[in-house]
Design a protein around this ligand. Sequence first.
Ligand SMILES: Nc1nc2c(ncn2[C@@H]2O[C@H](COP(=O)(O)OP(=O)(O)OP(=O)(O)O)[C@@H](O)[C@H]2O)c(=O)[nH]1
Ligand SMILES: [Mg+2]
Length: 220
Amino acid sequence: MAKISVVMISMNEEGAVAKVICDIKKHVPGAEILIVDSSTDKTAEIAEENGAKVIKQFPPKGYGKAMELALKSANGDVIITMDCDSTYPSEDIPKLIKLCENGSDIVNTTRVSRRPKNMPLANFLANRLFAFLAWMRHGIKTTDVHSGMRAYKKKLIHSLNWKAGGPAFPVELLIRPIKHGYKYTEVPINYYERIGTTTLNKFSSTIWTLKRIFLKEHYK
Ligand SMILES: Nc1nc2c(ncn2[C@@H]2O[C@H](COP(=O)(O)OP(=O)(O)OP(=O)(O)O)[C@@H](O)[C@H]2O)c(=O)[nH]1
Ligand SMILES: [Mg+2]
């Protein structure tokens, strides 16, 4: 069986981090759990107490730089990403691993095959629009270019030149490998209610999503 890493990034997730780690351990026993943490609260200490490896990135450098460090620091042959806020279903991690073992290089998840109860309508519609634009521009069949829960083969992470700085990095993490010919699958998931406060800035995230879909430097 492939060696598995589950990586997350965190900024002030002390209310969620213990539950998230315990859920992962329950569903993927033996996996490496790695967190790049930029918190001022007790997230890092709680994560370590619960058996995660923590890399401190402080002061915070934003979602993209933290996620790039997490992905590049993982030891697993298959790397799963999640948020540290208990929104993503760790019970579905084994399904993602299986799809990688059966030949996918990247497994995306979609939170919006139907509208999740706890996702505001504006966010749902924006997610669908961004996915539509990715299909128009690149022919990628997806309904969710922003999902934070994915599986990546390690070789893919180390073979591409990422432009991680700035928001909306998940968009690039999806489009660039597909444009380079990596094999892609998408599966629907549940999206649970968030514990704690969101860091999402809708304005800059929208601008960067459009850049990452339309500017060559973000997918070539
Ligand atoms: N290390 C690090 N983690 C960050 C940074 N910004 C956000 N995060 C973490 O990145 C993950 C995603 O951020 P969220 O606030 O959940 O944003 P989102 O998932 O788009 O929005 P929600 O749907 O409201 O959860 C969370 O685990 C955050 O704690 C950062 O600058 N550094
Ligand atoms: Mg989140």
